[in-house]
Design a protein around this ligand. Structure first.
Ligand code: XMP
Length: 518
């Protein structure tokens, strides 16, 4: 295992993820972890991360200098590089100019980490301090126009440092640097698999929960499904999954969740399917303001969940499918806070439980999907689209009625069917492959317009189709879907879905649009 020691930088989980991409297991631990605890984990190497502080400020995070004498290979990145230099007697100062973004770097290819890197390369920099003088016995292995010591090493002591960020893709040859560290320096074999993570997480859950009870709010989305299956493999019937059908699900979604998690499905767990459609429709009747709709759906979800939780009685653990991007959104280190912007729309803070279990907290979405496949969850579920907690409620502009839900469900089902066919036929990349669409769905605009069908005038709704390319869902571009595919979808929707006579394609990127309509 490699340990990433977290000094508060933005990319810390990304470093861990890059190490895992080398098939080497990696965990992130805070810099407050005592040295003996760190050593007890028996890491093959330790990576010190970046961070927002100045190392010469005594209030900044520092670390026991005995770490550097422990004989474990260490790689300092950015603040981590400065900390390593400063701790061992080097000089760190404010740089004459800050370096941000892509930066030309001169590499000494005899450097231990740089054997496979070009002599002139590009690295991503983000720093205002720099290393002005190296500690004794270190040698420079890279420089930039601002940084005389953009990388340095003491190969005998197996201490290495880079001022730039090898973990971000803008550092073109960053993976060569990281893989040299984990394979060549730390001697990791690269034989770790996602299956190992799954197995060890299941074992850890088993030990933690013992004979206690756990409750999981299942949305049917990827994250909560993977978390639920992992839990069920660990504790079987001690787990109860509650699935709330708020009447704003995609077509046949309730049935497909039942098929996987219900009594006829392959998993050993208690499953409660709550049909709460009517009460949601009642609460939403006549409400048009998007935020109010979101609030109503979120609150009602909590009510229903609470009622079900009460029936089950006191539980020891609440299971959440939180993944790493959710953790960033809510701010690091606040694991006990239950987030409102989550797959299940936020959970009550007074459900009677001792602790929250978040087995996927360290993983990125694509890693969660890989874990899902390892757990034997059907591909159809693993590669399903992100679906917001408020569901179709925010894809129907204006007030929500059961009739409108039906229209958007039918249109969306056709759109998904045709996209699936286009993926199968190789017309567009399959979900999960490079260049794939990040998210696509149909929305019901609150607009009606005149059309003609047969010889009759129609005055019906317009459906909007959206498809975006995105990796992080923070920014997105409209996908350039083949005209043939869009034509086929349009044709089918206007012919097969009652009360729709027009289909439009949304070409807006995010920003200024958002991915969802409300
Ligand atoms: P926006 O519309 O903000 O969406 O560009 C970005 C991503 O977040 C999803 N989304 C939600 N997911 N609860 C969720 O679990 C929500 O309330 C919610 N609102 C938006 C959206 O589907 C997209 O993937």
């Amino acid at each position: 295992m490699i340990i990433v020691l977290d000094f508060g930088g933005q990319y810390n989980q990304l470093i861990a993820r890059r190490v895992r991409e080398c098939n080497v297991y990696c965990e992130v631990h805070p810099y407050t972890t005592p040295l003996d605890e760190l050593l007890a984990m028996n890491p093959k190497g330790i990576i010190l991360t970046g961070g927002p502080n100045s190392v010469y400020d005594m209030k900044s995070p520092h670390y026991d200098t005995a770490l550097f004498e422990a004989g474990i290979p260490i790689l300092g990145i950015c603040y981590g590089a400065q900390l390593l230099a400063w701790s061992l007697g080097g000089k760190v100062e404010t740089a004459p100019v800050s370096e941000y973004g892509k930066t030309d770097i001169d590499i000494d290819t005899t450097g231990t980490l740089f054997g496979r890197v070009s002599k002139k390369t590009v690295g991503w920099m983000s720093h205002t301090d720099y290393i002005a003088a190296l500690p004794e016995d270190f040698r420079k292995t890279a420089s930039s126009s601002v940084c005389p010591f953009a990388a340095f090493e003491d190969d005998k002591k197996k201490l290495y440092a880079v001022q730039f960020h090898p973990e971000v893709t803008h550092t073109v040859e960053g993976m060569k640097v990281l893989s040299a560290f984990v394979y060549d320096v730390c001697g990791c074999k690269g034989d770790w698999k996602m299956g190992d993570f799954v197995d060890s997480t299941i074992a850890a859950i088993k030990e933690k929960v013992g004979d206690g009870k756990a409750l999981c709010a299942l949305s049917g989305g990827v994250d909560s499904s993977v978390a639920a299956v992992m839990m069920s493999k660990a504790i079987g019937k001690q787990l109860t999954c509650v699935f709330v059908d708020h009447g704003l699900l995609r077509k046949d979604e309730g049935e497909s969740v039942d098929a996987v998690f219900g009594p006829d499905g392959p998993y050993d767990l208690n499953f409660v399917h709550v049909d709460a459609r009517e009460r949601f429709y009642k609460k939403l009747a006549g409400v048009t303001e998007p935020e109010q709709k979101r609030k109503i759906i979120g609150e009602e979800f909590i009510r229903v969940f609470e009622e079900e939780a009460k029936k089950i009685g006191a539980v020891d653990y609440l299971v959440q499918g939180t993944i790493y991007p959710d953790v960033i959104e809510s701010g690091l280190g606040d694991s006990a806070v239950i987030k409102s912007h989550h797959n299940v729309g936020g959970l009550p803070d007074y459900v009677d439980f001792k602790e929250i279990i978040e087995p996927l907290r360290m993983l990125f979405k694509d890693e969660v999907r890989r874990a899902g496949l390892e757990l034997g969850i059907p591909e159809k579920l693993v590669y399903r689209q992100p679906f917001p907690g408020p569901g179709l409620g925010i894809r129907i502009i204006g007030d929500v009625t059961p009739e409108k839900v039906k229209i958007v469900q039918e249109a969306d089902a056709i759109y998904r069917e045709e996209i699936a066919k286009a993926m199968e036929g190789g017309v567009i990349p399959k979900y999960g492959q490079p260049g794939t669409i990040g998210q696509y769905f149909a929305a019901l605009t609150n607009m009606r317009s005149v059309g003609v069908m047969g010889d009759f005038r129609t005055y019906d709704y317009a459906i909007a189709l959206r498809a975006v390319m995105t990796s992080d869902f923070m920014t997105a571009e409209a996908a350039q879907l083949p005209w043939d595919v869009l034509g086929k979808v349009t044709n089918r929707i206007v012919n097969e879905v009652e009360h729709v006579n027009r289909v439009m394609y949304d070409c807006t990127s995010k920003p200024p649009g958002t991915i969802e309509f409300e």
